[in-house]
Design a protein around this ligand. Structure first.
Ligand code: NAI
Ligand code: MG
Length: 356
C-alpha cells in the first residue's frame, strides 16, 4: 500500500521521538512492502519563531491532504509567557479544531516487564487494560469567553465550559463502540453533583446506552475516579469524559504503566485524517540529552497503522517488537530500574528496528 503521512515533529523531544517513529515505520514498510511518504510540517514554537504563527496554513493543508498525521509534541518555556496567538499550545488546539478531532483515545496497558517501574504495587496494576476516551474539541479549553474581567470594580477572570448535546453524543457513542469490542463496560466520568454540563453529559450517556444493551454503563464522579484509578485500576474498561477531566486523568493513568513516555494516543474525527501523538509534552527538562523514551511515539505510529490503514499485522509487529525489547531489559532513563540496560533514545529505536 501507498500512504501519505504528515509528520509534525514540533518542539523539544517531539523532534527526537518523531525521528525514531519514522525510522520504525520505514522498517515496517520494508518488511511488509508498503510505501510510506513522509511530508513534514511545522507546528508550535518552531513555527512561531520562523513563520510568526503556531500553526501555519500550509501545515493545515498538508494534514488535510494526508492519510494520517503524526505529531511529536509542542511547547517550551520560551513561548509560555507570550500573548495567546504566539503561544505554542494554540497550534495544538487549532489543529484539533481544523481537523475536527473530537475524541482522543488513550489505551493504558500493563507491561509485565515494567511492573517495577511503577510506584504502585504489582498486585494493583497487574492486568490493567483500559482505554480512556477524552473529548477533545469542546469544553472549557475552547469555551468563550475566556478572559480577565472587571466586575463591580474587582479584578476577575472567566473560563467557559460549553458543550452542544451533539458533541457529547458522538464521543459517548464512540466509547460504547469501543466497549463492544472489549470487556463491555463504559465508565462515564463527570461532576454531576455540581456542574450542569455534567448533568447533561450523564443524561446523554443514559440515552446512548439504550442502543448498547450488552454494554454496562457506570457513572463516576471525577474526584472519586481520580482515587479509583490508583486504588483499583482493574475495574476500568472504557472510560469516557470531557476534555479537561480527561486531560488530567490520562496523565494520572500513565503512572500505572510506569511512565508518560510509554503512552500513545489516537485523535479521531468524523471524516479523517486522524492524528496520532504521544500523550507527553515536549519535556524541555530532558531535551537534547538523548534520554527521551521514544516508545509512546512509536506505539502511536502502530495505532495509526491499525486504525487509519487497517494494517493490523504491521501494528502487531511493532507492539511485539516493543515488548521484546522491554523484556530483554532495555530501558530509557524514565523507566530504568536496578539491573536493567540503560539506553539512549536512538539506541532504543535501534533495538526496536532490529527486533522488527
Ligand atoms: P511533559 O509531558 O513534557 O513532561 C513531564 C515530565 O515527564 C518531565 O519530567 C519530562 O521529562 C517527562 N517526560 C515526558 N515525556 C517523556 C518521554 N518521552 N521520555 C522520558 N521522559 C518524559 O509535560 P510538561 O513538563 O508539563 O510540559 C512541557 C511542555 O510541553 C510545555 O510547554 C507544555 O505546554 C507542553 N505540552 C505539550 C503537549 C503536546 O504537545 N501534546 C502535551 C503536554 C504538554
Ligand atoms: Mg495533558
Amino acid at each position: 500500500m501507498k500512504k501519505r503521512i504528515a509528520v509534525l515533529p514540533g518542539d523539544g523531544i517531539g523532534k527526537e521521538v518523531a525521528k525514531g517513529a519514522i525510522e520504525v515505520l520505514q522498517a515496517v514498510g520494508e518488511r511488509f512492502g508498503h510505501q510510506f511518504y513522509f511530508q513534514y510540517g511545522m507546528i508550535g514554537g518552531e513555527a512561531i519563531d520562523t513563520l510568526g504563527t503556531p500553526l501555519p496554513d500550509e501545515t493545515i493543508e498538508l494534514c488535510k491532504q494526508s492519510d494520517a498525521v503524526l505529531l511529536g509534541a509542542v511547547g517550551g518555556p520560551k513561548w509560555e509567557k507570550k500573548p495567546a496567538h504566539l503561544r505554542s499550545e494554540q497550534g495544538l488546539l487549532r489543529i484539533r479544531k481544523e481537523l475536527g478531532l473530537y475524541a482522543n483515545v488513550r489505551p493504558t496497558s500493563y507491561y509485565p516487564s515494567l511492573a517495577d517501574a511503577s510506584p504502585l504495587r504489582k498486585e494493583v496494576i497487574e492486568g490493567v487494560e483500559m482505554v480512556m476516551v477524552r473529548e477533545l474539541s469542546g469544553g472549557i479549553y475552547f469555551g468563550k469567553p475566556s478572559e480577565r474581567i472587571q466586575k463591580n470594580g474587582e479584578d476577575g477572570v472567566v473560563d467557559t465550559l460549553y458543550y452542544q448535546r451533539a458533541e457529547i453524543e458522538r464521543v459517548v457513542r464512540l466509547a460504547f463502540e469501543l466497549a463492544v469490542e472489549r470487556k463491555g463496560k463504559v465508565t462515564s466520568i463527570d461532576k454531576a453533583n455540581v456542574l450542569e454540563s455534567s448533568r447533561m453529559w450523564r443524561e446523554v450517556a443514559e440515552v446512548i446506552s439504550k442502543d448498547y444493551p450488552d454494554v454496562e454503563l457506570e457513572h463516576m464522579l471525577v474526584d472519586n475516579a481520580a482515587m479509583q484509578m490508583i486504588k483499583n485500576p482493574k475495574q476500568f474498561d472504557v472510560v469516557v469524559t470531557e476534555n479537561m477531566f480527561g486531560d488530567i486523568l490520562s496523565d494520572e493513568a500513565s503512572v500505572l504503566t510506569g511512565s508518560l513516555g510509554m503512552l500513545p494516543s489516537a485523535s479521531l474525527s468524523e471524516r479523517g485524517p486522524y492524528l496520532y501523538e504521544p500523550i507527553h509534552g515536549s519535556a524541555p527538562d530532558i531535551k537534547g540529552k538523548g534520554s527521551a523514551n521514544p516508545i509512546a511515539m512509536i506505539l502511536s505510529a502502530a495505532m495509526m497503522l491499525r486504525q487509519s490503514f487497517g494494517m493490523n499485522e504491521e501494528a502487531d509487529a511493532i507492539e511485539q517488537a516493543v515488548n521484546q525489547v522491554l523484556d530483554a531489559g532495555y530501558r530509557t532513563k524514565d523507566i530504568m530500574t536496578f539491573g536493567k540496560k540503560l539506553v539512549t533514545t536512538d539506541e532504543m529505536v535501534g533495538e526496536i528496528k532490529a527486533t522488527l
